[in-house]
Ligand binder design. Structure first.
Ligand SMILES: [Zn+2]
Length: 443
């Protein structure tokens, strides 16, 4: 028979392809060529399939899943991890985070902070992250160095910052970055108006017009707190979702982050618009912002994905933790222990994230034709025994620490738990130096 040469083969004890749903394959093999998955088949068909490679990875005690997709964060804020904890959102932002950012945020802060976040995300199985922060060109630079996939949502505020003068300046800078990266396979650039309370009607109208003309997504914090909703009613006579819908912001390309404090009318508007919901359960719980009714949204057919938010309000970027909390919170909120089960949580962190980001043809599941963005978790640890259900064990038992291999576009970025494209010592040292500076221990 004719032999077909491929870049690599990966055999794993278990493979969870995510599509088809609720499936766990045993002793299967993935064939990868030119960054893409070209076949998934039972190990005992290895000879008959005729693939040939110099690079056959055998993961005898591992489960192989699609790389996790962290749909919301502010990566550079990893440098503010633990800087201000145990506070309500407005106090936390107004009196702690925004003053610290005003003092410290610049190009180097963003590059170093993002590199720190990327190291943590890759080592815990995340292969694609969405980011909203100042100097997104630096975020892109750090992601490109790591060869990690990302969605950059360039920030837009009414007020000036070290990065921009006002809404138009933010938009022009963001669109220029979009042009710079339009041919880069791993970087996608979309609009990131910060929130209803930090962006004017006039700016929203411009964003809606550009997004429509250019067919580009919009990513926004929305209905995070009850305070945000009350303030909007007072100022505009409308709830934030109602206001944004009237301004043309809510479409099938829109990613609504948080979505707590919802009523039925809010849910209907988002459902009719076909917008996506990004659930950030740990951040919502930590800031006591409220909860996103995931089960209810899913029952109505709304796509829900997961994000960690920044390390300043989480305080880690481990998507396995986030999956577990999403599952647990979904049960508490709905009063139903069957709601948001382990498979559902894994879908939220993979294929649903891909759909939200408009990348469902590229990532989010292990199917032929998709990019080889993968994560292998060692299930041999004592705390994972006995193993009745690989997906339950993945979601409910702190698996981020057991990630051993991670690939993006077929390239191995984590090998035996170590980063292959980044210098961890250098990243660690930079984080240490920033921490000392920000804490005021060095001038
Ligand atoms: Zn956020």
């Amino acid at each position: 028979m004719t032999k077909k040469s491929v870049d690599s083969l990966i055999s794993a004890r278990w493979v969870v392809p995510v599509i088809p749903e609720n499936t766990v394959l045993e002793n299967h093999c993935l064939a990868i060529d030119q960054g893409n998955i070209i076949d998934l088949f039972p190990e005992n068909e290895l000879d008959s399939r005729g693939y040939q490679t110099a690079n056959h990875e055998r993961l005898d005690n591992h489960v192989l899943i699609p790389g996790l997709i962290n749909c919301h964060g502010h990566a550079a804020m990893a440098l503010l991890r633990g800087y201000a904890d145990d506070l309500a959102l407005q106090d936390w932002l107004d009196n702690h985070i925004w003053p610290a950012e005003g003092k410290w945020v610049g190009e180097q802060f963003v590059y170093d902070g993002t590199s720190l976040a990327i190291a943590e995300m890759l080592k815990s199985g995340t292969t694609c992250f969405s980011d909203m922060y100042f100097f997104p060109d630096q975020t892109a630079r750090a992601a490109q160095k790591a060869q990690m996939r990302c969605q950059l949502t360039f920030p837009i505020f009414n007020f000036p910052s070290a990065y921009g003068e006002g809404p138009l300046d933010y938009i022009h800078k963001g669109l220029a970055i979009r042009d710079d990266y339009k041919n880069q396979q791993l970087v996608n650039v979309i609009f990131g108006p910060h929130a209803p309370y930090t962006v004017s009607d006039e700016a929203f109208e411009k964003i809606a017009m550009y997004a429509n003309e250019l067919d580009v997504g919009i990513h926004i914090h929305l209905h995070e707190t009850a305070h945000e909703v009350a303030e909007s009613i007072e100022q505009y006579g409308k709830r934030p979702i109602e206001r944004l819908n009237a301004l043309g912001i809510l479409t099938s390309r829109t990613q609504c982050v948080h979505m707590a404090n919802l009523n039925q009318q809010d849910i209907d508007i988002v459902n009719n618009a076909g917008s996506h919901v990004i659930h950030c359960p740990e951040s919502n719980m930590k800031l006591a912002s409220g909860f996103c009714p995931v089960h209810e949204l899913q029952e109505q057919g709304i796509n829900v994905a997961i994000g960690t938010d920044s390390a300043a309000s989480n305080n880690d970027l481990d998507m396995f933790c986030e999956m577990k909390i999403a599952a647990l919170l979904g049960k508490v909120v709905s009063g139903n222990p069957s709601a948001v089960n382990a498979h559902n949580s894994l879908r939220m962190a993979t294929i649903n994230g891909a759909r939200a980001l408009g990348l469902e043809d590229t990532i989010g599941s292990l199917e032929s034709g998709k990019a080889a963005d993968l994560c292998a978790i060692n299930m041999g640890a004592v705390e994972a025994q006995p193993l009745y259900s690989p997906v339950s064990t993945l979601v409910y038992t702190n698996s981020g620490n057991r990630v051993e291999q991670v690939w993006v576009n077929g390239k191995m970025l984590v090998k035996d738990g170590e980063l292959t494209t980044l210098n961890i010592e250098e990243i660690y040292q930079k984080a240490l130096e920033w921490g000392q500076k920000i804490a005021g221990q060095v001038p």
